[in-house]
Design a protein around this ligand. Structure first.
Ligand code: NI
Length: 261
């Protein structure tokens, strides 16, 4: 059994065939999926989807590239959604210096709010990182001073050193389809170094389909199997063992918390 820890099933790419996409995932052995909000409105859709499908869970938050568009009241909406059934995480949050969609200090403000909400509600957080490893580490270290951290570095693209520090701070490291690409030798080396009990896999659907289905314009949760096959090989274990390990890790992170209202 596999667990896709990061998908955006609310997106309109899936409006025509969401039932089939989720059925295909189940047929491919993907028994659990977390669908992730990037704004107040998409988070609300994720929560609604989680009530409708077996094995589907929701994360609620405002993604760093969307924080400039957040309206008055949107953060309050996230606070309300975070207490709904089926919500297993806060995010996605984080920082992004690649796109220039939101002022950086506003991104930092929202990242901080998500980190505090995670600890207040006892729900793990989901971190998006792009071209700002040091800024992310600084804020995580600061949050760590306040108390234990519980969360995941999603679609990890950092160095081995960064992964080691994140694991030491209590975090999980999740790999998406990019790790399967031919040029991603370095990232595969990082993935090989993650402790057995801290590694996760995800599709980040509908983005970046993994090899060998990279030409599929729309990625979907059933494809998490390809990332699992690649990483099992890189880590020198069987697909069955790697699937069992990553699924147990995801369940420990997302499904064994008792959220506080
Ligand atoms: Ni995402």
């Amino acid at each position: 059994m596999l667990f896709d820890t990061h998908a955006h099933l609310d997106q309109e790419d899936f409006d025509n065939d969401r039932d089939e996409v989720i059925a295909r995932a189940h047929d491919a052995g993907v028994s659990e999926i977390v669908t992730i909000g990037t704004s107040a409105s998409t988070s609300a859709i994720c929560v609604e989807l989680a009530t409708r499908y077996d094995g589907l869970y929701a994360a609620v938050g405002i993604q760093p590239n969307s924080v400039a568009e957040a309206a008055e009241g949107d953060w309050n909406q996230i606070l309300i959604l975070a207490a709904q059934p089926g919500v297993v995480a806060i995010g996605e949050t984080g920082l992004d210096r690649h796109w220039d969609f939101s002022p950086f200090d506003l991104q930092q403000d929202y990242f901080d709010r998500h980190l505090r909400l995670s600890s207040d509600r006892n729900l793990p957080f989901i971190v998006h990182m792009r071209d700002c490893d040091q800024d992310i580490l600084e804020m995580l270290r600061e949050a760590r001073q306040r108390g234990p951290l519980n969360g995941v570095m999603h679609s990890f693209t950092g160095s081995t050193e960064m992964a080691v520090e994140c694991v030491e701070m209590g975090l999980y490291i999740s790999f998406a389809g990019m790790v399967t690409f031919k040029k991603s030798e370095e990232l595969r080396r990082v993935a090989a170094s993650i402790p057995d009990d801290r590694i996760l896999i995800e599709t980040d659907s509908p983005y970046l389909s993994p090899h060998p289905v990279r030409s599929q314009r729309r990625n979907e949760p059933s494809n998490v199997r390809h990332t699992a096959i690649c990483l099992a090989e890189v880590r020198g274990c069987s697909l069955e063992a790697f699937a069992a390990q990553t699924t147990a890790n995801a369940k420990r992170l997302f499904l064994s918390q008792s959220p506080k209202p």
